[in-house]
Design a binder for this molecule. Structure first.
Ligand SMILES: NC(=O)c1ccc[n+]([C@@H]2O[C@H](COP(=O)([O-])OP(=O)(O)OC[C@H]3O[C@@H](n4cnc5c(N)ncnc54)[C@H](O)[C@@H]3O)[C@@H](O)[C@H]2O)c1
Ligand SMILES: N[C@@H](CCC=O)C(=O)O
Length: 531
């Protein structure tokens, strides 16, 4: 049998479209935005392909227009979760026996649909439910989502082709089994591509999955689910179970057939899940694989040799794109004193040019933050800075939730490198700057290293190669993704495999072979030919 059905696919990233006025993509997207806003859809729980309406409902609203409802979703309760586990276990036998080429073909078909006829729907629902601009939706729900599908297919084929050495007398072979049991995938609100990859990466490797989407973005997750169906994913392989996180978790994590968690979200939630699993460890049939990509307190360093304009662009884009709600967003910056006044002037000018508000206008840079809870948390941090003698707000600082959850891009300067907003993840458009003495570059690097238990992303802007090398060595454990002369956001699948260490996660690099290996349990067979 020719195993190499995708041999000729050299992975290439999905091109980012421009959405110029009059372009087909712009026209289709505008029509889809209107279409979604004109309706209220009813979103069921989907178990084994069956739609279940529990009547216990949540609302799908727009963060930038909080009274606008575009959907209602039914929440799964304990009974539905138990059904979903049973269906996932039932579906597994057929799914894992399907030739891997057939599994991969489904996800490659999903990639084609997402890159083509489903692109507008995916982007429009992402813009509306997450308050993303055209550009931020396009790089997420079109390009990164398609890249995950395609790169997973290519990586899986590479994994399957790796076989151990054999000799004339001994034939060895590795079978790449999926895990025994079911996988629990739990997604965050902020990236459609990540939400899609969390259930689909284990599934492409032959596992069956219970997928709990984030409550704020059930609408977009439902669109993804329909895309899976359209691509031909058999019933029961991925089971769609929106609902109350704690209630779902209690039932899932205590089930003896749990074989893995694929999580992206906050560090605290992942720690709680890990604790619950630890407490139940004697009851499982296997050791559940725990894959979790979590929070960050990402930094930018501006050395005195930096190109000031590039550094300033990096600071603004890194901190404020998608309202600072990327796990990779820069939220603390260390700037050399000798260049500070020039950097300050430059970033204030760029910040003043940020257009924020209506995400449906093509030149808008920022929309609203996701919900009231997040709005209140961010506002509290800003208030804290306003009331502190150790900090000054040099830009922004206003919050307004009359229509939607809007927070101005906010820049704080502090004299205390351990100021609260230098240390804690805020997950909003707030960047805090500490100005360091040029001659204390080494001390500043130690400070960057020791300030945070997170280790997700970091960046340095410098021309001085000695400074760059010194920073890379001193900061080796501070970031799973490190950037030189670029902002610390915007990792591209296949180019910068993404994930952080320390308390930023298990660093299994979503969309790569490393991640896929976590959903596989290899079995090696030795056959002696000489006996
Ligand atoms: N490292 C990464 O790759 C990455 C990517 C995206 C987001 N994030 C992180 O995600 C966070 C923001 O996303 P969020 O607000 O959706 O995170 P969150 O932790 O609040 O929620 C994530 C998911 O976990 C669920 N959840 C909440 N409590 C749970 C429980 N007790 N048991 C099981 N599931 C539970 C939520 O309903 C949601 O589906 C930030 O900390 C951000 O840094 C990390
Ligand atoms: N991979 C994205 C971040 C995902 C987290 O939210 C980036 O690199 O900016």
């Amino acid at each position: 049998m020719n195993n190499n059905i995708i041999e000729e696919i050299n992975f290439v990233n999905e091109p980012v479209l421009n959405y110029d006025l009059g372009s087909t993509e712009r026209t289709e997207l505008e029509a889809e935005l209107v279409n979604i806003k004109n309706g209220i859809i009813d979103i069921p729980v989907i178990i084994g392909g069956k739609e279940i309406r529990t009547g216990n409902k949540g609302l799908c609203i727009l963060p930038h227009n909080k009274n606008k409802v575009i959907g209602e979703f039914h929440k799964a309760g304990k009974k539905e979760i138990e059904m979903a586990i049973e269906e996932a276990l039932n579906a597994k036998e057929k799914w894992e026996k399907l030739p891997w080429q057939s599994r991969i073909a489904i996800f490659l078909r999903a990639a084609e649909l997402a890159a083509g006829p489903w692109r507008a729907k995916l982007n429009a629902s992402t813009m509306l439910t997450q308050s993303k601009t055209y550009k931020q939706a396009e790089i997420d729900s079109a390009c990164e989502l398609v890249d995950f599908f395609r790169n997973n297919a290519v990586c899986l084929q590479q994994i399957y082709s790796e076989q151990p050495l054999s000799t004339k007398k001994v034939w060895n072979k590795t079978e790449y089994r999926p895990l025994e049991g079911f996988i629990f995938a739990v997604s965050p609100f902020n990236f459609t591509s990540i939400a899609c990859n969390l259930p689909s990466a284990p599934a492409i490797a032959g596992n069956t999955v219970l997928w709990k989407p984030a409550s704020n973005t059930v609408y977009t997750s439902y669109v993804i689910y329909k895309l899976f169906q359209e691509a031909g994913l058999p019933d029961g392989v991925i089971n769609f179970i929106p609902g109350n996180a704690g209630e779902i978790s209690d039932t899932v994590l205590s089930n003896k057939n749990l074989s893995g968690i694929h999580f992206t979200g906050s560090t605290k939630v992942f720690q709680n899940m890990w604790t619950a699993i630890g407490n139940n460890i004697y009851n499982y049939k296997t050791f559940p694989r725990l894959v979790g990509e979590t929070g960050g307190k990402n930094y930018i360093i501006v050395h005195n040799s930096a190109n000031i304009n590039s550094a300033s662009r990096g600071l603004i884009d890194g901190a404020f794109e998608y309202q600072g709600q990327k796990c990779s967003a820069a939220s603390r910056a260390y700037i050399a004193k000798s260049v500070w006044s020039e950097v300050k002037e430059n970033i204030l000018e760029k910040a003043a040019n940020i257009k924020f508000g209506d995400i449906e206008e093509i030149d808008t840079f920022m929309g609203a933050v996701i919900d009231k809870k997040s709005f209140d948390t961010i506002k509290n941090y800003i208030e804290y800075a306003k009331n502190s003698k150790d900090a000054e707000i040099i830009f922004g600082g206003n919050c307004d939730d009359k229509i939607g959850y809007f927070v101005e891009p906010t820049i704080i300067v502090t004299s205390d490198p351990h100021f609260k907003t230098m240390e804690e993840e805020i997950f909003g458009p707030v960047m805090t700057i500490y100005v360091y003495e040029d001659e204390k570059f080494s001390d500043m690097l130690s400070l960057v290293d020791s300030t945070s238990n997170y280790g997700l992303t970091g960046a340095i802007f410098a021309k001085d190669r000695y400074a760059i090398e010194q920073a890379q060595k001193a900061l080796v454990y501070t970031a799973g993704n490190f950037y030189i002369n670029d902002r610390p956001t915007g990792a591209v699948v296949g180019q910068q495999p993404f994930g952080g260490s320390r308390l930023s996660g298990t660093n299994d690099k979503a969309g790569s072979k490393i991640n896929l290996m976590r959903w596989i349990s290899p079995k090696v067979t030795k056959e002696t030919l000489a006996n």
